[in-house]
Ligand binder design. Structure first.
Ligand code: V47
Length: 361
């Protein structure tokens, strides 16, 4: 371990907070094993030997989206042959099927649809609650919430209050991409600003909602952008304590407008897990999203800072439309096997990290 990493290691061992310059040094280092060793100290201090997973289903009501982010192939204009909208009947069926398989969470997100109104989204949540009242609804990114506020000419608080009344339980971490304006201008110029994303999570947290945060890495961003992104998240978390989990998302380029970029590497995937675990000292959990990293890297990540391996997902569309080669869902037995083999203790959780115990069948 070189002198710079060694001094960061000492701070972490003494539970001292590292600063933005330290974070930059971590991103600039390729000494992966040392990064993992440092991250593991934080990971085990916070979560011991546990590795969390859940039984969840992703449901993407529609991919119609007017925004046209360069990294996203899921969002399509209404006229595209790839555009779709699920019917309420179909969504009921998906909800019932997942609930019968023991799902405790539906993760519901979609594009920014030019025609749907706020009552559609309220109805959507009510429909899921009517078929599976016990299942937690983690729904709508801050970008969707911002859009709902614009189209309904309501304040964000009121939109969230109406959605909570319809069954909203918490918010996922999508739409953050890279929060700096430099990167947003390059890859998602039509989207809510990074500051707006932060402000909406602040409002949600102040209303008592929990949420997650993400970072989309491996495209046009540099290390400085990522440090600023993590700093914005850490600052908000100091203020509200409303974030549960941070999820670094590795960019899948194949069928996107950025197809000329190379895919991320194993080294880079594990580095992002480790650096975020070390810097985000006020986030309880770091999740490795196996859908994007692949199962093999996800398993290794459990010893490089991650304490959560996400869930069964059942049907992933966002990055599979971008050409991801990973499975679209996993059986819970497979998740448990991966965790055990990594030497961690598989721990089923619900969305809010309450432990779930199931009696053996
Ligand atoms: O916001 C879009 C990203 C996100 C691509 O909160 C891409 O628990 C890689 O946020 N390659 C949605 N990523 C997914 C997401 C998420 C996933 C799992 C759990 C949680 C949680 C949140 O996917 C988008 C965008 O950043 N994305 N296109 C792509 N080609």
């Amino acid at each position: 371990m070189d002198a710079v990493l060694h001094s960061i290691f000492q701070k972490v061992q003494n539970a001292e907070r590292i600063d933005a310059a330290d974070c930059l040094a971590l991103f600039e280092s390729n000494d992966l094993l040392s990064l993992g060793r440092i991250a593991n100290v934080v990971r085990e201090r916070k979560n011991g030997n546990r590795a969390y997973y859940n039984i969840n289903r992703h449901i993407n009501y529609s991919n119609v989206c007017y925004v046209d982010c360069k990294f996203c192939e899921f969002g399509q204009p209404k006229s595209s042959a790839k555009a779709y909208e699920l019917s309420m009947e179909e969504m009921k069926r998906l909800g019932q099927e997942a609930a019968a398989q023991g799902a405790t969470e539906f993760h519901i997100v979609g594009g920014l649809h030019p025609d749907l109104k706020l009552d559609y989204y309220e109805n959507l949540l009510k429909t899921f609650k009517s078929v599976a009242p016990q299942v937690h609804l983690k729904a709508f990114t801050a970008v969707e919430i911002d859009y709902f506020a614009k189209i309904s000419r309501l304040e964000v608080e009121e939109v969230l209050q109406r959605l909570v009344a319809a069954g909203l339980g918490s918010m996922p971490g999508g739409g953050a991409e890279v929060l700096t304006e430099r990167v947003r201008k390059l890859v998602c110029i039509n989207k809510s600003s990074g500051q707006r994303w932060i402000d909406i999570h602040r409002i949600a947290h102040k209303m008592g909602l929990r949420s997650n945060a993400t970072l989309l890495y491996g495209h046009v961003e540099n290390s400085q952008d990522k440090v600023e992104h993590l700093q914005m998240l850490r600052d908000l978390q100091d203020e509200t304590k409303g974030f549960q989990t941070f999820i670094p998302l590795s960019f899948i380029p194949y069928d996107t407008q950025l197809a000329h970029l190379p895919p991320t590497t194993g080294l880079s995937d594990l580095k992002h897990i480790a650096v975020s675990r070390i810097f985000l000292d006020n986030f309880p959990h770091i999740k490795v999203y196996w859908i994007m990293t692949g199962i093999k890297i996800a398993q290794l990540a459990l010893n490089f800072g991650a304490d959560d391996i996400d869930g069964t997902v059942m049907q992933e569309r966002i990055v599979h439309m971008a050409g991801a080669q990973t499975p679209e869902g996993l059986h819970v037995e497979e998740l448990v096997r991966l965790v055990r083999e990594a030497g961690r203790e598989p721990t089923e959780r619900d969305t809010l990290y309450n432990l779930v115990s199931r009696s053996a069948a």
